[in-house]
Design a protein around this ligand. Structure first.
Ligand code: AMP
Ligand code: TRP
Length: 315
């Protein structure tokens, strides 16, 4: 009964990759039974980059199937999509009224966009406030994420404190959980694996797609050990297991890459199989999302009743 609450999400903006899986999905799934868990689909956040209805629909359904394939237990974890819970944008607006522009201008995502002279939408600027609402509506204790989301969770904490100071104790202060070993999963070029760097290995790729991505890992010919291959291999085998393989095959990058592709494929095969079983039942998946939305709305509405009361808009 006194279980703590866990919440996290991945934007439905494309195929999840090994960085998403090891950085966020796997930790959440491993922890799901020890917590009261919410794994959600921040589709309103994804509107910053997906602006095509049919494509969005497809991405949402596929991400739900990916979560289930990766091991989300729908009997236990609440899987829902953000847009099914209008309390998220409602609370965002209230947070906007207690947040200053200079404060949001410190966000890494905003600063990056500005440094690149990109046109910045109000949505991108306000992104951290929607994320704060996502987290705070559910009295979340822990938010398992990759390193890149640390600042966003800090913004949620700051915002909770600010609201509590103005209107009295209302929101719990959440904490990011970042597993050091997978805080930044490297991509095929050694940089952080990221959709925007085109250096990803897809989580649910076919054997051929995985092989192709692995063969494309950037290797420099100076040392006997291909650093970027080894860095990804560490996700699948311990150093003790890798040591003899890399010693025996020093300089033989092709063999080492083949060994890595084999290990990734063996790891993913059972997940892929489970994914396929859900993919064959889209109506069942939609039902899981609908039910999750109903349960999430109930919790979010109870919180919003308290918030509306405190800010004085209820008569
Ligand atoms: P995104 O794809 O940006 O929506 O990220 C979804 C989740 O995956 C977030 O918690 C990220 O921190 C995490 N993530 C994305 N890329 C990586 C990576 N290369 N290493 C570790 N975690 C990651
Ligand atoms: N911003 C997160 C990302 O890009 C996605 C996200 C939105 C999220 N709301 C959240 C993650 C709440 C954790 C908790 O990965």
């Amino acid at each position: 009964m006194d279980k703590k609450t866990l919440l996290s999400g991945v934007k439905p903006t494309g195929q999840p990759h090994l960085g998403n899986y090891f950085g966020m999905m796997k930790p959440c799934i491993e922890m799901q039974h020890d917590y009261f868990s919410y794994l959600f689909i921040p589709d309103l956040h994804a509107l910053m980059s997906v602006q095509n209805g049919p494509e969005m629909r497809d991405l949402i359904l596929n991400l739900a199937i990916d979560y289930l394939g990766a091991g989300l237990d729908p009997e236990h974890t609440i899987l829902f999509k953000q847009s099914d819970v209008p309390q998220h944008p409602e609370l965002t607006w209230i947070f906007d009224t207690i947040t200053t522009m200079p404060y949001l201008m410190r966000a890494h995502a905003f600063k990056d966009a500005e440094a690149k002279n990109k046109e910045i939408t109000v949505g991108v600027f306000n992104y951290p406030m929607l994320m704060a609402a996502d987290i705070l509506l559910y009295d979340t204790d822990v938010v398992p994420v990759g390193q890149d989301q640390k600042q966003h969770v800090e913004f949620a904490r700051d915002t909770a404190l600010k609201f509590n100071n103005i209107y009295s104790e209302t929101f719990k202060l959440p904490e990011a959980i970042i597993q050091e070993a997978v805080a930044v999963v490297p991509g095929t070029d050694g940089q952080k694996m990221s959709k925007s760097y085109k250096n990803t290995i897809p989580l649910f790729g076919s054997r051929e797609e995985i092989q192709k991505a692995v063969m494309g890992i950037v290797t420099d010919s100076s040392g006997g050990r291909p650093k970027n291959v080894h860095a990804i291999h560490r996700l699948f085998k311990s150093e003790a297991e890798l040591e003899p393989i890399y010693t025996q095959n020093e300089g033989n990058y092709k063999v080492l890459k083949e060994a890595l592709a084999e290990d990734i494929d063996a790891f993913i095969a059972p997940l892929r199989e489970r994914r396929e079983s859900f993919a064959a039942q889209p109506e069942k998946v939609k039902e899981i999302i609908r039910e999750g939305g109903d349960r999430a709305r109930e919790v979010a509405e109870a919180k919003m009743k308290d918030v509306r009361q405190k800010i004085g808009v209820t008569l």
